[in-house]
Design a protein around this ligand. Structure first.
Ligand code: GLU
Length: 320
């Protein structure tokens, strides 16, 4: 009697287990968006190599890994770890944006970082992304949170005292984003108005210099600054035009970029001071993608509404 009971229980258990196995298998293979976004809703918990894979970014796949760098170098530590750690924006459309549908970061900066991972490891997916908002970029490099910062970062002499910069990979210029129909149409129009921008950005410094009679409100992220504009707490947002164009394209009916460029912002990759071999491989990658036409492809992919410009000059000091 007892034996038969045991047999029935074992059979039931086996049936339950096999049913569970099947349903797990189905969830995995269909990969419903709801299930995957619920599984990892927190951007900071994104898995390694979480950028879009080659199929969705157009990045070339594979290649030979580079030779081992000298023991003790920053580059060798990255090679030994088996992945590059890059700080990028998560809220800047076109450059570094955490796509809520795919839960992956994408954009011009992200793609450049993936090209560097490809150069080092022969694999653009050998990379982990961390969110580096403007005020965190230099501390993240100096404390070793990230290996490189590719985060709409302007290279300038003041920052170059604390970190090293690669060659230039993009040239932006500061501008203004306003609500359509706003009486602010250029830099002179912000006199007596509230202008939102981000802590730790060149935009903050520049707007104070160029429009001392504006009230500057500071936010942690550009998404928050745009929110302030949309809710009427600010009359304009100021930062690099290409960041503003990204927000404009998400809100074409409401927002517009005005006033042209009133600064030049050469973007370069931030690297901890003294990381000679790493800086060298970053610059080799940038020179190769500029020479091969890959730079133009990346531009077209993420900034399709603009004509592809000439590649930027190597040295950020030449951008005036
Ligand atoms: N490119 C400027 C900077 O590095 C403004 C954009 C930003 O804050 O990322 O400060």
């Amino acid at each position: 009697m007892y034996r038969r009971f045991l047999l029935v229980m074992t059979l039931m258990l086996a049936l339950i287990l096999s049913a569970c196995g099947q349903s797990t298998g189905q969830t995995d293979s269909t990969g419903s968006p709801a299930a995957s976004s619920a599984a990892s809703p927190d951007a900071s918990m994104m898995p390694e190599g979480s950028a879009s894979p080659a199929a969705s970014t157009g990045a070339a796949t594979g290649g030979e890994p580079m030779a081992q760098a000298p023991e003790g170098s920053a580059l060798r530590a990255i090679q030994d770890r088996g992945k590059l750690i890059a700080g990028v924006k998560y809220d800047v459309p076109l450059f570094g944006f955490l796509n809520p549908t795919t839960n992956k970061v994408e954009g011009f900066d992200v793609e450049i970082a993936r090209e560097i991972a490809k150069k080092i490891f022969g694999n653009p997916d050998a990379i982990e992304f961390k969110e580096a908002i403007s005020k965190n970029r230099i501390p993240y490099l100096t404390d070793g949170t990230v290996d490189i910062v590719v985060s709409t970062m302007t290279a300038n002499a003041e920052r170059a005292e604390q970190i090293d910069f690669s060659d230039t990979y993009y040239v932006a210029g500061q501008s203004l984003l306003v609500k359509k129909g706003s009486d602010v149409q250029n830099i002179d129009g912000v006199k007596g108005k509230v202008v939102a921008t981000v802590k730790g950005s060149t935009s903050e410094k520049n707007i104070r210099e160029k429009a001392p009679e504006a009230t500057v409100e500071l936010y942690d992220t550009y998404a928050d600054a745009v929110q302030a504009l949309q809710s009427g707490r600010a009359d304009a947002v100021t930062t690099d035009d290409i960041i503003l164009y990204g927000f404009q394209s998400q809100n074409k009916d409401q927002l517009e970029v005005v006033g042209g460029q009133f600064t030049k912002e050469p973007y370069a990759i931030g690297i901890k001071k003294g990381s000679t071999e790493l800086t060298e491989v970053v610059n080799t990658t940038l020179r190769e993608i500029k020479d091969s036409g890959r730079w133009g492809e990346i531009y077209k992919q993420f900034i399709p509404e603009q004509e592809v410009p000439a590649v930027p000059p190597q040295d950020w000091r030449e951008v005036k």
